[in-house]
Design a protein. Structure first.
Length: 199
């Protein structure tokens, strides 16, 4: 059995933190896993910036409410789900994801959780498990499942490398240059073709 494992942000929807950075004018929040491989370090940095500016969950959720899937993402996902089981494995958070999942037709999502104070301040975060994407893919393998993975950032490389087929989708030139052995594409039609060929 095959399961396709997709990243969420940058693959199916815009990067939430970049959208929030643009909404608030806080340039530092444009930093993502494309720039910083250490996710814990990145999140601690983000939480520090939020605290410095007095911003919390409610402000981010208002931005998320206006985010639409990337053009063609819903049609791609609908067609892919006709061909294979699909799981979205993301380092985003439950408190961010619901409106985005509704717009994508409620696909299966595995993600993390924010720690939020009574006043709405984001005080921390809880990861499902260490190295969430690679750990999840390896767990699927122990169940007798083969995986095909696609993502765009440093934190996707583990699951891409561990899967029987991995694809970089709309990644940076730097990441593609560091991993020339990994097929890369920028369009949903080509991504669907690459995944279908690996099934």
């Amino acid at each position: 059995m095959n399961v396709v494992c997709l990243d969420l942000e940058g693959v199916l929807v815009p990067e939430i933190w970049i959208e929030f950075a643009e909404a608030t004018g806080i340039e530092e929040l444009k930093r993502t896993t494309r720039d910083e491989p250490d996710y814990d370090k990145l999140m601690e940095f983000r939480l520090g910036v939020l605290a410095e500016h007095g911003l919390g969950l409610a402000e981010i959720q208002r931005t998320i409410a206006g985010i639409e899937p990337l053009p063609g993402a819903r049609a791609f996902l609908d067609e892919l789900r006709r061909r294979a089981q699909v799981i979205i494995i993301s380092d985003t958070f439950e408190q961010f994801a619901q409106p985005l999942m509704e717009k994508l037709g409620w696909p299966t999502l595995l993600c993390n959780e924010l720690v939020v104070a009574d006043d709405g301040a984001i005080t921390g975060f809880r990861m499902r498990c260490p190295d969430t994407k690679l750990t999840t893919v390896n767990a699927l393998h122990t169940c007798g499942v083969e995986t095909i993975a696609a993502g765009d950032s440093h934190n996707d490389l583990g699951m891409i490398g561990a899967s029987k087929a991995g694809i970089l989708f709309r990644s940076t030139e730097a990441i593609k240059a560091e991993h020339p052995d990994v097929p890369a594409c920028d369009g949903y039609d080509e991504l669907l073709e690459l995944i279908t060929a690996a099934l």
